[in-house]
Design a protein around this ligand. Structure first.
Ligand SMILES: Nc1ncnc2c1ncn2[C@@H]1O[C@H](COP(=O)(O)OP(=O)(O)OP(=O)(O)O)[C@@H](O)[C@H]1O
Ligand SMILES: [Mg+2]
Length: 291
């Protein structure tokens, strides 16, 4: 079976851009895999998201080299509207996504376009409203809700379509900590239940690290690092060089590992880190006891 995403020697230059936004990118993502993408401003993260969703080259002029395949098929070769059944994209700017008069219509719009029957639309609407906590807002016009609520609507509209590949470009930038945590719980659930492929572009790594199998660092349009999450964060110098913030707990243990005081995998969060540090303390006190 073809990979969910297969990007080969892919470069993209916007018609009015300053050189190539993406340069000779190679990236294979299997169905069900979760890949976190980080990189400084202007690194090409959004361009990568657009390229997977076909907005580039569909909605933008520019020069493309190489190939971007979704489920084994080049993005431009999908008949109109068909790629959107495979790939859902949640933008960081939710406003750009709204077209309907109420939140409910916004959610239903995409489902009607999929040609689903009314009972199926009803079932998905209830499911997604429950999942994202939007029930009380369904009859509101999208312009009367807060930025964070808009972001939840944008996410819900895409989730309702149940794409096999979900690309999220800073989808929680306007959410409060609790709502953000909930979104990542939902993504974790989707992965488990529907084997959704996830591409997570996020500056805040706290929630990405526990979920991502792999991390990709984009810098100046190139993939500077692509590694399983635990070994990705061992490359502290490279990450710092690009001005990226590594979660504190991960950084502490990564330093212990780099200095030869710890040999296991890096933790995915504070809880794991606590266990690792306890392990290191126990090992060193046993050593001292033996002297
Ligand atoms: N529509 C466009 N036309 C011309 N150049 C563009 C366009 N959109 C983006 N670029 C350029 O392409 C490069 C990559 O931009 P992109 O938006 O993909 O970066 P990013 O990693 O998403 O940044 P951020 O963290 O700020 O969201 C930048 O140099 C940017 O100026
Ligand atoms: Mg961006």
């Amino acid at each position: 079976m073809a990979n969910a995403i297969e990007i080969t020697n892919y470069s993209w230059a916007y018609a009015h851009g300053n050189g190539k936004a993406l340069k000779a990118v190679n990236l294979s993502v299997e169905q069900g895999e979760c890949v976190g993408v980080i990189g400084p401003n202007g690194a090409g993260k959004t361009t990568l998201a657009y390229s997977i969703d076909g907005l580039v080259p569909g909605q933008y002029h520019g020069i493309k080299e190489g190939t971007v395949q979704i489920q084994g098929r080049e993005v431009e070769d999908y008949p109109k509207g068909m790629l959107q059944r495979e790939v859902g994209l949640v933008f960081s700017d939710p406003e750009a996504q709204f077209t309907a008069m109420t939140v409910e219509d916004e959610l239903v719009f995409g489902l009607e376009n999929l040609g689903l029957d009314i009972p199926e639309i009803r079932e998905r609407l209830d499911w997604v409203a429950e999942l994202t906590g939007l029930g009380p807002l369904l009859q509101k016009p999208p312009y009367e809700i807060s930025g964070g609520q808009k972001q939840r609507v944008a996410l819900a509209a895409v989730l309702a379509m149940r794409p096999r590949v979900l690309v999220l470009d800073e989808p929680t930038s306007m959410l409060d900590p609790l709502s953000r945590k909930r979104v990542f719980e939902v993504l974790g659930q989707l992965r488990k239940v529907q084997n959704t492929t996830l591409i997570l572009i996020e500056h805040g790594l706290e929630h990405v690290v526990p979920l991502a199998d792999r991390m990709v660092l984009l810098a100046e349009g190139e993939i500077a690092l692509d590694a399983p999450t635990p070994s990705f964060f061992e490359k502290l110098d490279l990450l710092h060089h690009h001005g990226l913030h590594v979660p504190g707990a991960v950084e502490v243990v990564s330093r212990l590992k780099n200095s030869g005081r710890y040999f296991g995998e890096l933790p995915r969060g504070v809880e794991d880190a606590r266990l690792v540090i306890q392990e290191i303390i126990d090992a060193s006190s046993t050593k001292q006891g033996a002297v």
